[in-house]
Ligand binder design. Structure first.
Ligand code: BGP
Length: 515
């Protein structure tokens, strides 16, 4: 009896071609971060934040962008001495802080069901260790959340999105200092209490895995030479543990203070494909995926995985934990997983292949089957279906796509009321990714919503560029912060508005004109 391959699996491609609408109550929306959209960096009592010292550095090299996300002591001192916003794009950003009422009107016109946004910690506790919160800061977000709810828009709020008071960075060492856990817990309890009933979806840390990739942006750790003989990654893992503890304490506080609210973790899902079918590459890709997913393992399963514990043994990294830490993590896991997805990556046991193209937060091997964006990021809509199924199968908790979008050099055409941006490429990006989201829902994934990254054009996290535009609404500022600041609806705005109104039924429709 000769063995014959199962003919079904050999010739039958994975099912595709799902059609129809999305689940009732699907939370369509857009997303941005306080430090990239608000501006008003020194208004109404706000303190300097870690983002306010990142200068704009025009660079054509987008393969390794983490160099743009670090801050040295000298850079911070220079920034503190620099008054005003010139040279520091995140200090003025899209001026949402002063234009929010008009922007919320546009969000309502778009028909958004949710707005994923973040609170600037430095508006609430300007120094982080203040004895009392800044009432002006609390009031700003209270008014904003109230207006969003009046417009039928559900706030989905990140407590810390690459933003913490600069004082905690310079005087305490950022998240490397366990004392910051207590300051964050006070901050979390303050906003959970003040916004009880206004906010029903909380995320603790944006892309918590960034702390290992870019310790300054993710963990407020100033770029310095590591002590002799200490693995430079040691500080990142220690800071990350403190953030896991802080996230668990915030989750615990939410259960007590705002029981009607749900708490989610937030991961930059870095899906790794093997460069070849060689078993060594398969195992390497599995390792890389598990080193990304150990973050959600901690926040969803409540414990560190075998993979990361082996990594610590193999590298000699020692993470200091206090008695009770592991019980705290186990007892305070999240209700849902939110994540960002922009592209997929490639893993190989051949190190010379790395560094060939860019990506969100780090460079990777070029995938010969995929095109890339102007910034070198792989364009991989099917990867989103893979990621959704993989996360659902691993955790069986509801998922929420809180970042997905295309950074591109948009061109503003026309003058006055005729100004327009014909961004069919962005509509294509959304359409192809949402078709795969629809497939994943058909596959059985429980997905709460989808908030496209940007909404408005905002300052990019890695390169601090306004001209790396993500929004469905154009913002008339350039990289130096010059311009009218006017908001102009792009073609993608009209297309997305119809898509939301039809709950996804018009996904294959051509871009709407400026109707
Ligand atoms: C994610 C961040 C966002 C956003 C996005 C796009 O890592 O959570 O803040 O910026 O990436 O990246 P960039 O702005 O660098 O193009």
């Amino acid at each position: 009896m000769t063995h014959t391959a199962d003919k079904r699996t050999a010739t039958d491609p994975s099912p595709h071609g799902a059609s129809g609408t999305f689940p009732d109550g699907f939370l369509w929306g857009t997303a941005f971060a306080a430090n990239q959209v608000e501006g008003g960096f020194d208004q109404d009592g706000k303190g300097l934040s870690q983002a306010d010292v990142i200068p704009f550095r025009k660079t054509g090299d987008y393969v390794d962008i983490t160099s743009l996300m670090k801050a040295t002591d000298a850079q911070i001192a220079e920034a503190i001495a620099s008054p005003g916003a010139a040279g520091y794009p995140k200090r003025s950003a899209s001026d949402f802080y002063n234009r929010w009422e008009g922007d919320v009107k546009l969000f309502a016109e778009l028909g958004m069901k949710s707005l994923r946004m973040s609170i600037a910690w430095s508006r609430i506790f300007p120094n982080g260790d203040d004895a009392a919160p800044n009432e002006e800061g609390l009031l700003f977000y209270e008014r904003l959340f109230t207006r969003l709810r009046e417009r039928g828009i559900e706030p989905v709020v990140t407590m810390s999105h690459y933003e913490m008071p600069l004082h905690l960075v310079t005087e305490y060492g950022g998240w490397s200092n366990r004392a910051v856990v207590g300051f964050f817990e006070t901050y979390a309890k303050t906003i959970l209490t003040r916004y009880r009933g206004l906010v029903r979806y909380w995320l603790t840390f944006n892309e918590i895995n960034t702390t290992l990739i870019e310790p300054y942006t993710g963990g407020g750790i100033i770029e310095r030479e590591p002590a002799d003989g200490v693995d430079p990654r040691q500080a990142g893992y220690q800071a990350l543990h403190h953030q896991f503890v802080a996230s668990a304490l915030a989750t615990k506080a939410a259960r007590e203070i705002a029981p009607d609210a749900q708490v989610g973790c937030m991961l930059a899902r870095m899906a790794h494909y093997p460069a070849t079918s060689a078993p060594a590459d398969i195992v390497r890709a599995q390792w890389d995926n598990n080193m990304n997913l150990f973050h959600t393992d901690v926040q969803v399963r409540g414990r560190y995985s075998g993979t990361v514990r082996r990594f610590w043994r193999d590298t000699g990294i020692q993470v200091a934990m206090e008695p009770g830490d592991e019980a705290l993590l186990a007892a305070n896991t999240v209700d849902f997983i939110s994540f960002s997805y922009y592209m997929s990556l490639v893993s190989s046991v051949s190190p010379e292949l790395y560094g060939a193209t860019g990506g969100n937060l780090f460079s990777t091997i070029k995938n010969p089957h995929l095109q890339t964006t102007e910034w070198g990021w792989h364009l991989d809509p099917e990867g989103l279906r893979y990621v959704l199924n993989d996360l659902w199968d691993r955790y069986q908790v509801p998922l929420f796509i809180v970042e997905n979008g295309l950074g591109a050099t948009d061109v503003l055409e026309g003058t006055g009321a005729d100004r327009a941006v014909h961004d069919e490429y962005r509509i294509d990006y959304f359409r192809q990714h949402l078709q795969q989201v629809r497939e994943a829902i058909e596959d059985g994934v429980d997905l709460l919503g989808y908030t496209s990254w940007g909404g408005l054009d905002i300052v990019s996290a890695s390169t601090s560029q306004m001209t790396k535009r993500y929004g469905v609404i154009y913002v008339d500022f350039d990289d130096e912060g010059a311009g009218s600041g006017d908001r102009i609806r792009k073609d993608s705005f009209h297309w997305y508005r119809e898509l939301i109104a039809s709950n996804g039924a018009t996904l294959e429709a051509l871009p709407a004109t400026g109707a």
